[in-house]
Design a protein around this ligand. Structure first.
Ligand SMILES: NC(=O)c1ccc[n+]([C@@H]2O[C@H](COP(=O)([O-])OP(=O)(O)OC[C@H]3O[C@@H](n4cnc5c(N)ncnc54)[C@H](OP(=O)(O)O)[C@@H]3O)[C@@H](O)[C@H]2O)c1
Length: 313
């Protein structure tokens, strides 16, 4: 099969397409024919030097594809079943990938196979932050920073689905988009006084915050009320930790939680915004776009040749 390989750390052009052996699924794993793969900032930081395994490796932490052959029989998946998942932080920029059955799910009818590839990491991480870390419930007033990005745009929709009132932050070019996602107020996080503006909107500041981007952590702390809980999957220093409670967490690759979100995708309570589609052999262009840091929703790589011809990527 063909796969994108990183032999040395560096810029986007270190990624090369190569012929490699098709991976063999282990026990409780499936072999998947990859149709599309999601691209996120984690792909960029690993390729730039953050990957701790041995080189070379294949980037890509999320995929949508088809169960290959009889490999899914033990889990009642037929050959060709459309599934999507989060097998780990690597391996998805390739024609085939293996994935533990626990870390994938059937693609909901409400998602196209290309869009599905953009869902697993950020949707799981958003849902986990709002439910497990913040225990968001109907009537809560929640601040979601960076509400237009991959993580944030899922978080705004999921928080609304949980019945919360959402105040979000974003750059001005994304304000209309974030309003349409369901935020009652969208604050311009390019303005230095944005934390005060959040406090104007939520009197005294929010008690629950999902901080979805590194540059918003300081402001999230300043906006939050005393004793607030701020959940974030961003690895960084956490300011003002005497006054607010930080909950750093990592999104867990749970197929069962994707299954739980399927009805939301089917009735359009939840959707994914894919603002960029790239042919997978041009992963460098896709990563350059994501590394600008202002993606609306997500960027995907289309791996399957027929699908890329149909989508004209
Ligand atoms: N640990 C985990 O399990 C896990 C899982 C998923 C994500 N993450 C992390 O979560 C973060 C967000 O991921 P993502 O997929 O949402 O990335 P993304 O799609 O690239 O979004 C980045 C966001 O950052 C905002 N931003 C960029 N520069 C900013 C600035 N100067 N001030 C304020 N906001 C700024 C952007 O908002 P505007 O365009 O509106 O300015 C955008 O919404 C990344 O650090 C990622 O690694 C961690």
């Amino acid at each position: 099969m063909l796969a994108i390989r990183v032999h040395e750390f560096g810029g986007p052009d270190v990624m090369k397409v190569e012929e490699v052996a098709t991976p063999t699924p282990g026990e409780d794993e499936l072999l998947l024919r990859v149709m599309a793969a999601g691209v996120g900032p984690w792909d960029i930081s690993l390729r730039a030097g953050g990957y701790t395994g041995s080189l070379p490796y294949t980037p890509g932490g999320e995929f949508a594809g088809l169960v290959e052959g009889g490999t899914g029989e033990f889990a009642s998946f037929d050959d060709g079943t459309p599934v999507y998942g989060y097998p780990g932080l690597t391996g998805c920029y390739a024609q085939y990938v293996t994935c533990p059955v626990e870390q994938l799910a059937p693609i909901p009818q409400g998602l196209s196979i290309t869009d599905a590839a953009a869902v697993p990491i950020d949707a799981l991480t958003a849902e986990q932050g709002l439910t497990h870390e913040l225990n968001v419930a109907a009537g809560d007033r929640v601040l979601i920073t960076a509400g237009a990005g991959g993580l944030g745009h899922f978080a705004v929709r999921i928080a609304r689905a949980l019945g919360a009132f959402v105040v979000a932050t974003a750059s001005p070019q994304h304000h209309e988009f974030v309003h349409k996602l369901g935020a009652i107020d969208v604050i311009d996080h390019t303005r230095p006084d944005w934390p005060r503006r959040v406090r104007d909107v939520i009197s005294g500041g929010p008690a629950k915050v999902l901080a979805c981007a590194g540059p918003t952590l300081d402001g999230a702390a300043r906006a939050a009320r005393d004793g607030a809980i701020i959940a974030t999957p961003v690895h960084a220093d956490y300011p003002d930790a005497q006054r607010v409670t930080w909950r750093q967490y990592d999104g867990r690759p749970r197929g069962s939680r994707l299954i739980r979100m399927a009805p939301w995708f089917n009735d359009s309570t939840l959707s994914v915004e894919v603002s960029g589609r790239y042919y997978w052999k041009d992963a460098a262009s896709a990563q350059r776009k994501v590394s600008e840091g202002h993606t609306r929703g997500k960027v995907v790589l289309v791996v399957d040749d027929d699908l890329s011809a149909e989508l004209k990527v």
